[in-house]
Every structure is written in structure tokens, then in C-alpha cells.
Design a protein around this ligand. Structure first.
Ligand code: HEC
Ligand code: HEC
Length: 292
């Protein structure tokens, strides 16, 4: 009897130990280096274009800032897991990322982790940005050096247990963070939509723990705040021509002469400033979804 008890305890101990080691391994941040990246000198002009196409300002501008250039944060994003607040990512040494280096920035955008090795919440759409090229991230960082700094403290997220434990996001990332593209054409159109434009982050429904349901890619979703929906942009639902999609991405006018509203308005503010050829590529990507 005693032997059986000892063996049982031993077995439970081993299982708990193994589970703990697995947890620690899966949830650990990645160690990485940027020294081996093959990069040209950063091009801030391309960086400013990447910034537009990726819509960093849509979430990070401070609502009090009429110039929309200061990235002091403060916008709130309500989700099923709690409320996230976009942080100050201006060049403020005190409150922003002014004392970061390229490696810190790369870790945030590409790996979704901060310089201390904590995971970010996917309310920051790094699952899309992780597909960005190393050169575009370097150029974006080059552009960052031209941006002002603003000393406003970031707000605090209000997220409930267990979702507030950043370590647990390591499990989430194992499930959902991948650098492959959904569209195997893997061309510039794919890159503009899936990496930079992060269109799927709003237009694809999410499962119970907030991962994108890839089987319903762009088929429309509940608004993350629970109020209202984001429409499907799959061509069988949208039914717009290439010219109509390009017009929408340029002016915000729908074929019925409605005007864009909600979260899409700030997306259009950015797409309207892209090269026409890129708006055409984005439209082609959407139409291609109907081929499958
Ligand atoms: C959909 C809204 C959204 C968009 C678009 C967005 N972000 Fe964020 N970002 C967030 C949120 C929310 C956080 C906070 C994440 C956290 O605390 O885990 C964040 C965090 C960050 C951080 C970490 C700051 C820190 O102090 O650790 C950086 C850096 C950042 N974003 C850069 C960018 C860049 C660069 C872009 C464009 C390529 C971008 N963001 C686009 C919402 C967004
Ligand atoms: C931050 C969330 C968000 C992102 C990111 C986003 N959208 Fe949208 N989109 C919306 C919302 C919300 C609407 C509905 C707008 C309205 O009600 O006027 C919409 C509407 C649209 C429509 C019109 C659909 C209709 O039936 O009226 C198209 C087309 C579209 N988006 C394409 C895109 C493309 C392409 C991208 C990526 C470049 C993108 N969206 C990124 C939230 C988003």
C-alpha cells in the first residue's frame, strides 16, 4: 500500500513537473538577434509609406491631437476579454519608445514581445505585422526617427484573469502566430492585405479565445466590442467590381453613394494616400478570394 502511494505521488509529481516544463517552454519569449539580418540602409520615405499602409496611426494617434502625428495613444478597444488602451509609441523617452533600439522595435512588430521579453496582447495586430519584411521594418524604424516625442503617460488595460497574464499569451502565439500567408500567390497584393493592411483582423471572425477563423477568411465578423458587425468583404457577399472597390478605398464612397463610417473610415484615410496601383492590387486580392 505504501509503495503504491509513493508510486502514485511520484507519477503525479512527474506529470506536474512535465506540464510545468512544457508551460515554461511554450510561454517563454523568443530570444533573437537582428545582427544577422541582411538589410540596406533604412529608407525613411519607404518607411512612411509602410506606416500608411499598415495604419499604425489609426490606433495610436491621441484623440486629443488634431495633427494626428503624435502617437501618444489613449484610444480604447473594447473586447470580450476586457478593454485595451493603445499605448504611447511616440519618441518620448519617459512614456513612449524613445529609448528603444532597432532590436526592440523589431521584437515588437515581428514577434509581438517587448524588450523585457513579455508578450503583447493581440489587440496590437502583430499577427499580421509579423509577416512584414525585415527591410520594411527597418525602413519603418528609420521613419520613426523623424517623428516627434510627446510626454503623455499611457493608459492601463483593463483585462480580467486569466487573460491579463501576459505569459499565457505564449500559448496563444503557438496556436495563432504564423508567418505564412493565407493566399499562396504570396505577391504584393497578398502582402498589402495580409501583412500591412491587416484587413483580416477586423473582417474575419474570431474563435472563443480570439484567434482568427481562417476557414472564414474575410467573411465578416462581430465587432470586437460586441456592438454591431464588420461586413463580409468576400466577393460573393460584397458583389462589387474592381473599379467600385478601388473607388471605395480612394474616396470612401460605396457604389450606392453611401459614405464609409466606423473603424473603416480611418483605414480609408490611409488607403486613399497609397499609390493607385496598390489600391488596385488590394481590390484584386479581394476579388481573388472568390476563385476558391
Ligand atoms: C488595431 C490597433 C493597433 C494598430 C493598427 C497598431 N497598434 Fe500598436 N498597439 C496596439 C495596442 C492595443 C498595443 C498594446 C499591446 C499590449 O500592451 O500588449 C500596442 C502596442 C504597440 C507597441 C508596444 C509599445 C510598448 O510600450 O511596449 C508598439 C511598439 C506598437 N504598438 C507599434 C505599432 C506599429 C509600428 C504599428 C503599425 C505597423 C502599430 N503599432 C499598429 C494597437 C495597435
Ligand atoms: C479596424 C477594423 C477594420 C480594418 C483594419 C479594415 N476594415 Fe474594412 N470595414 C470595417 C468596418 C467597420 C466596415 C463597415 C464600414 C461602414 O459601416 O461604413 C468596413 C467596410 C469595408 C468595405 C465595404 C463593405 C460594405 O459592404 O460596405 C470594404 C470593401 C472593406 N472594408 C475593405 C477593407 C480592406 C481591403 C481592408 C484592409 C486594407 C480593411 N477593410 C480593413 C472595419 C475594418
Amino acid at each position: 500500500m505504501r509503495l503504491k502511494a509513493i508510486l502514485t505521488f511520484g507519477a503525479i509529481g512527474l506529470l506536474v513537473g512535465a506540464a510545468l516544463i512544457l508551460y515554461i517552454n511554450i510561454t517563454a519569449s523568443k530570444s533573437f538577434s537582428v545582427d544577422g539580418l541582411v538589410l540596406n540602409e533604412a529608407d525613411p520615405i519607404n518607411g512612411s509609406y509602410v506606416y500608411l499602409a499598415a495604419g499604425c496611426n489609426s490606433c495610436h494617434i491621441s484623440e486629443e491631437d488634431p495633427k494626428k502625428g503624435y502617437l501618444a495613444g489613449g484610444q480604447k478597444f473594447e473586447t470580450n476579454f476586457g478593454t485595451f488602451v493603445a499605448p504611447n509609441i511616440s519618441n518620448s523617452n519617459l512614456y513612449g519608445i524613445g529609448n528603444w533600439d532597432f532590436k526592440d522595435f523589431y521584437g515588437a512588430v515581428k514577434l509581438g514581445q517587448n524588450p523585457e521579453g513579455n508578450h503583447y496582447f493581440p489587440a496590437f495586430p502583430f499577427t499580421s505585422y509579423s509577416r512584414m519584411t525585415d527591410q520594411d521594418i527597418a525602413d519603418l524604424w528609420g521613419f520613426w526617427q523623424t517623428l516627434p516625442s510627446v510626454d503623455l503617460p499611457s493608459g492601463k488595460h483593463e483585462v480580467s484573469f486569466p487573460f491579463n497574464i501576459r505569459r499565457n499569451l505564449g500559448i496563444w502565439k503557438t496556436l495563432y502566430l504564423q508567418d505564412s500567408f493565407m493566399d499562396e500567390k504570396n505577391d504584393r497584393a497578398t502582402y498589402l492585405v495580409e501583412a500591412l493592411g491587416h484587413c483580416a483582423e477586423c473582417h474575419t471572425p474570431r474563435d472563443a479565445i480570439g484567434g482568427l477563423k481562417s476557414s472564414q477568411w474575410m467573411h465578416g465578423a462581430k465587432n470586437p466590442s460586441g456592438k454591431g458587425t464588420v461586413p463580409s468583404i468576400h466577393p460573393k457577399d460584397l458583389g462589387w467590381s474592381r473599379e467600385e472597390i478601388v473607388e471605395y478605398l480612394s474616396s470612401g464612397f460605396t457604389p450606392n453613394f453611401d459614405v464609409v463610417g466606423g473603424a473603416m473610415a480611418s483605414v480609408i484615410e490611409n488607403t486613399s494616400k497609397l499609390e493607385l496601383s496598390d489600391r488596385i492590387l488590394i481590390s484584386d486580392y479581394l476579388l481573388r478570394l472568390g476563385d476558391k
